[in-house]
Design a protein around this ligand. Structure first.
Ligand code: ATP
Ligand code: MG
Length: 393
C-alpha cells in the first residue's frame, strides 16, 4: 500500500465520567496540551480532538516499533484511560480492509479477535453490521489459524468512520487513568528521597494537581546526596508532566539548633513542623492550595495519629496524605511502576537521618510541642524561604 494512503496514529480514550459537565472542554484541552508538551521526543506531527477522542498523528515514515513506544509512553500520562495504536486513512473500503489486516498483525500475541465497526453518519455505505461481517471475513482469510470470538476476545479491531476519514486500530493498552495534570490547581509536595513521597506526589498529580516539590536537605550538617536523588525523582515525575519545579531548602543548621535546645524525643515532630511552616510560606508564594506528604498511618513512629495532629497544626494549608491507608508493599509496587523505587532505594544522608533521637515520641501532645517551639525564632521561616533553591526540570 502506498505510504501516503495511510498514517500511523495513536488514539487516546479518556474517562467520560471524570470529564462530564461544563468542565469537559477545559479538561480535554488540558489533556491535548499535556500530550503535545510531553511527546516532543516522539515522532508526533499533530494532536487534536476528534469525536470524543484525542488523536495523536505520527509523522510519515514512523515505524511500528516507534508507534508502540509512543503508545506505551502516552499510556503513562495522567487523564488517559486507554490508548490504541493503528492507522488513519480515507474512508475507502479497500484501504480500510487492508489496514485492518495490518493493524491485527501489529497487535502482538492473540488467539481470538472480533471487529467492532462504527460510523458517525449514514452517508458511508455499508453500515456497521456489514462492515463487521465483511472486514471480519477479510481477517479470517488473512489469519486462518485465529478464531472469531464475540465475548471478550483477545483483540478487538476497531474500525471507525468519521466523516470522510477512517481510523483502524487493534493494539490497545490501559492508560494510568485519573485526570489531566493542571486541572486541579497547584500543591506543594514534601519530597524526601525516600520511597513514599514520590508515590504520594504521583497520586495527587493523577488527580489533576500540578505538583511543586520541596526537599529539605541536611546541608550544611550533611552532604548533598539526597538532593541528587530528589533531582532524579523529580525528573521521573516531570516525564509524566506531574512536576516542573522543586525547591531545595537546606535546614541542617536549624535542626542543630532544635536538637541543642529541645527535648530529644520531640525533635522529629519539631523538624516536621518546621518543614510544614516553610512549605506553607512557599505555597503562598507559588499560589499552591495544599501540602502533600507521603505519610501512611502507623508506618513509622512519627506517623501516629497524635503525631500527625501535632504536625498538621503547623500548617495553615490543608495537608493531603494520599498514602494514609496504603501499606508499604502497596507503596513499593506503585513506586516500581512509577520508576522511582530504584532511585529511592539508594542510601543518602538527609535531614531525616540528622540529629535523630534514640526514642522518638510516638504520641506527641500538641501543647507540649508548642511549648518546646516557643524558643523558635519566627525569622527562621523567612531565612529558610529566602535560601530556598529553585530547580526546574
Ligand atoms: P518517605 O519514604 O517519603 O521518606 P518515610 O516513610 O520515610 O517517607 P518520614 O521520613 O517520616 O516517612 O517522612 C514522612 C513524610 O514527610 C515524607 O513522605 C515526606 O512527604 C515528608 N518528608 C520527610 N523528610 C523530608 C525531607 N527531607 N524533605 C521533604 N519532605 C520530607
Ligand atoms: Mg523518609
Amino acid at each position: 500500500m502506498a505510504a501516503d494512503t495511510f498514517q500511523r496514529v495513536v488514539l487516546v480514550h479518556y474517562h467520560e465520567i471524570g470529564l462530564k459537565g461544563h468542565n469537559r472542554g477545559r479538561f480535554e484541552q488540558k489533556l491535548v496540551d499535556n500530550i503535545k508538551a510531553l511527546t516532543c521526543d516522539f515522532p508526533v506531527s499533530a494532536c487534536h480532538r476528534i469525536s470524543g477522542r484525542i488523536v495523536v498523528f505520527l509523522k510519515e515514515g514512523t515505524t511500528h516499533d516507534e508507534q508502540v513506544r509512543a503508545q506505551e509512553f502516552i499510556a503513562t500520562i495522567p487523564g488517559i484511560q486507554r490508548v490504541s495504536a493503528g492507522f488513519k486513512c480515507l474512508a475507502e473500503y479497500d484501504t480500510m480492509k487492508e489496514l485492518a489486516v495490518e493493524a491485527l498483525a501489529d497487535a502482538g500475541e492473540f488467539q481470538t479477535f472480533k471487529v467492532q465497526a462504527r460510523r458517525n453518519h449514514t452517508n458511508f455505505e455499508p453500515d456497521s453490521m456489514v462492515l463487521n461481517r465483511e472486514i471480519g471475513e477479510v481477517l479470517c482469510n488473512a489469519f486462518p489459524e485465529k478464531k472469531v470470538k464475540m465475548k471478550e476476545p483477545d483483540v478487538t479491531v476497531n474500525v471507525e468512520v468519521i466523516e470522510n476519514q477512517c481510523f483502524v486500530c487493534a493494539r490497545s493498552i490501559a492508560g494510568v487513568g485519573g485526570l489531566p495534570v493542571g486541572t486541579s490547581g497547584k500543591v506543594i509536595c514534601l519530597l524526601s528521597s525516600g520511597i513514599d513521597s514520590p508515590v504520594a506526589a504521583w497520586k495527587i498529580a493523577k488527580r489533576g494537581a500540578t505538583c511543586i516539590g520541596v526537599h529539605f536537605s541536611g546541608r550544611p550538617q550533611t552532604g548533598d546526596e539526597s538532593e541528587y536523588l530528589v533531582d532524579d525523582i523529580a525528573r521521573v515525575l516531570a516525564k509524566r508532566g506531574c512536576m516542573h519545579q522543586y525547591f531545595v531548602c537546606p535546614i541542617g543548621d536549624y535542626q542543630r539548633k532544635i536538637a541543642l535546645s529541645c527535648t530529644p524525643k520531640l525533635r522529629v515532630v519539631l523538624y516536621r513542623r518546621l518543614m510544614f511552616k516553610v512549605a506553607n510560606a512557599l505555597a503562598e508564594q507559588c499560589g499552591a492550595k495544599a501540602i502533600v506528604t507521603g505519610e501512611s498511618l502507623g508506618q513509622v513512629a512519627s506517623q501516629t495519629i497524635e503525631n500527625m495532629i501535632a504536625t498538621s497544626d503547623a500548617s495553615e494549608k490543608m495537608v493531603l496524605r494520599p498514602l494514609i491507608g496504603f501499606d508499604k508493599l502497596e507503596i513499593i509496587d506503585e513506586a516500581i511502576r512509577l520508576g522511582t523505587f530504584e532511585i529511592s532505594s539508594q542510601d543518602a544522608s538527609d535531614c531525616c537521618t540528622l540529629f535523630m533521637p534514640k526514642m522518638p515520641e510516638t504520641h506527641a501532645h500538641l501543647d507540649e510541642v508548642k511549648k518546646e517551639e516557643e524558643f523558635f525564632d519566627p525569622s527562621w521561616i523567612d531565612e529558610i524561604v529566602a535560601s530556598a533553591e529553585l530547580h526546574r526540570v
